[in-house]
Design a protein around this ligand. Structure first.
Ligand SMILES: Cc1ncc(COP(=O)(O)O)c(C=O)c1O
Length: 399
């Protein structure tokens, strides 16, 4: 057989999917499994979204569409940006894709030549590294452990940008930590960014409507509007609107970048689907009661999960204020044994927890922080307390 391309030796399947598949396999074998592994919102969009999709079927043009996205979709996205306090963009600043992951992939292609560096804080969302490996970009990690609440400091950013990475990628609220930067923290980081004009900035803000405790969504642009000519804002319907499988992502940024992403679209997807487009417009411009109610529910679940974790001696968990993840430091378990099985790292911890208690979590090393694990708490409410109780039991049984 002829060889696959070199780049495929660097590409690997998502670590999160590997855990999710293991949990599925055990479930199929009849085990009682509670999954805290996959980052899906686990709710469905409002009825008006389905109505819009059905309506679109009645008027299907049957044609290829715009590579950038149809005007009505771009206008709905611009209205959404306005709602976030991000004004001054036009359709020419925007583009779309098959989910934010696809738009991000396009941005890597558009901004990074092979060997260029992309810098981002650790813990990071897994695909940030995986996509870099495929496109041949170098990764510069900025470690932000639990001792600094998983947050990047201005001094760290200043040092990192001194070496002039081509792109700085920033995720707020964060997957996997759920941390949300305050306005003051963003403002201080934005002041640093202004001093380093050679670096593109991507803000992955796809959890912008999943923020708790009365905190407001903020972006660097709210503090330093001058960053607009090199900042790209990334968004998605997946989490906010309960639409991960519909696949719709967006970007807003400099016209040249939006044009580049659109050109890449013209060479692979051609266009986002007409039916999904209609649903997306309805989601963005229609009633917001579903996302609002789910966000309140997630805040409540966060409280439950955090209380259960804080009751475990030795576990340290900075308080998340957004998204739907908690990221406890569980390194107190390393070096101990469960049922005679020694646990020396996060991967062994998660494997033993799944095997012994049927609870699936993702090892922190998948996100660059091997002291932690990620709990995604969007499971049906009745599973949450038993799942957390099993984790508590697991810790209590360590020797
Ligand atoms: C931080 C972050 N960015 C981007 C994405 C990709 O979202 P989408 O479903 O729109 O591709 C995810 C999905 O888990 C995410 O957590």
């Amino acid at each position: 057989m002829p060889q696959l391309a070199q780049r495929m030796s660097r590409a690997k399947p998502s670590a999160i999917m590997v855990i999710a598949d293991n949990a599925k396999r055990l479930k199929a074998e009849g085990r009682d499994i509670i999954s805290f592994s996959i980052g899906v919102p686990n709710f469905l969009p409002g009825a008006h979204v389905y109505a819009a999709a059905r309506e679109a079927l009645q008027h299907d043009s049957g044609q290829y569409g715009s590579n950038r996205g149809p005007d009505a979709l771009l206008d709905a996205f611009l209205a959404h940006l306005h709602g976030l306090g991000l004004d001054g963009y036009t359709r020419a600043n925007c583009s779309t894709g098959v989910g934010a992951k696809h738009v991000l992939y396009n941005l890597y292609e558009a901004l990074l030549d092979e060997g260029d560096t992309i810098a981002f804080p650790t813990p990071y969302w897994t695909s940030y590294v995986d996509i870099a490996e495929i496109v041949g970009a170098k990764v510069q990690l900025l470690p932000c452990g639990p001792e600094q609440n998983y947050k990047l400091t201005p001094a760290q950013l200043d040092t990192a940008l001194a070496s002039k990475p081509k792109v700085f990628l920033f995720n707020n609220p964060s997957n996997p930590t759920g941390m949300v930067y305050t306005g003051d923290e963003l403002s201080a980081l934005a002041d640093v960014l202004v001093r380093h004009p050679h670096t593109w900035i991507i803000t992955d803000d796809i959890y912008n409507k999943m923020i708790f405790d009365g905190l407001e969504y903020r972006n660097f642009l709210h503090y330093q509007p001058a960053l607009r000519d090199r900042l790209i804002f990334l968004d998605s319907l997946s989490k906010t609107y309960g639409m991960p499988g519909w696949r719709m992502g967006f970007m807003a940024g400099p016209e040249a970048v939006a044009k580049a992403v659109t050109t890449l679209n013209s060479n692979h997807i051609t266009n986002v689907s007409e039916i999904v487009t209609a649903a997306a417009i309805a989601a963005l411009t229609g009633p917001q009661d579903v996302p609002t109610a789910r966000c309140a529910e997630f805040a409540h679940k966060r409280d439950q999960v955090l209380a259960a974790l804080n009751a475990i001696p030795g576990v340290v968990c900075p308080k998340p204020q957004g998204a739907f993840y908690v990221f406890p430091d569980i390194s107190c378990a390393f070096g101990k044994s469960h049922n005679g099985k020694r646990i020396s790292n996060d991967v062994e911890f998660c494997a033993a927890l799944l095997e012994a208690k049927g609870v699936a979590c993702v090892p922190g090393s998948a996100f660059g922080e091997p002291r932690a694990l990620r709990i995604s708490y969007t499971c049906p409410t009745p599973q949450l307390a038993p799942g957390m109780q099993r984790i508590q039991e697991f810790f209590a049984e360590l020797s």
